[in-house]
Design a protein around this ligand. Sequence first.
Ligand code: ADP
Length: 247
Amino acid sequence: MTKQGEIAIEFTHVQKKFSGKAVIKDLNLAVPANQIFVLVGPSGSGKTTILKMINALIQPNGGEITINGKKITEYRVQDLRWQMGYVLQQIALFPNMTVAQNIAVIPEMKKMPKKKIKERIETLLAQVDLPAAKYAERYPRELSGGEAQRVGIVRALAADPPLILMDEPFSALDPLSRTQLQKLVLRLQAQLHKTVVFVTHDMNEALKMGDAIAVVHHGKIQQVGTPREVQLHPATEYVARFFADTQ
Ligand code: ADP
């Protein structure tokens, strides 16, 4: 367990090439524990690649990544992934399983006792405003987009990992559901204090969600700061322009 003020994830001189083309260039980044850290930038800037290096879906070509002070290469991949919940834009719930069964997959793999899993499902569903009595036995096809995304968030939290990775989690939702889900994640975070890395192309969402924001452009970090710092004192012309364009 990491403490407030500690660095949970660190990238040092990380690079990644695809077919000889550098997509991530000399990336240095320190993600503080127990906060929401937003990677914001236009499509194609490298945000997802950075996120996928944290859960070892993508390996860097150079540099070093440490998670909770330990080099990523020293983890067993399964141990690494068990520390992380993953929420994607298109939430892939298993269509033949109920909501409760979908949420139980990882806790069961981790051999959490059945009774505890049931309690946890009920508590977490209540926290995302989907009462278990009404939703636990539904199938994914019986959920709206916003409800499915709430289940996706519960599934990521089910085994209580210290780290949550979110990749454009609300981008496919209608504006009202998006606003509701943003508020919900902020409310949950105020209780749970996870280390969250949140990817978005939307500067307004970044400002709303982030304790800290890193602006990414062409695989490089342009600026890291609090929403206020980035808003009031853009460090580069690019950040100023990106910010102006999204207002
Ligand atoms: P973002 O998440 O900011 O939209 P990505 O990290 O998905 O950006 O992509 C960054 C760049 O890397 C893009 O130009 C994309 O086309 C390229 N890219 C991503 N994944 C691959 C891959 N597996 N093979 C080749 N190119 C890739």
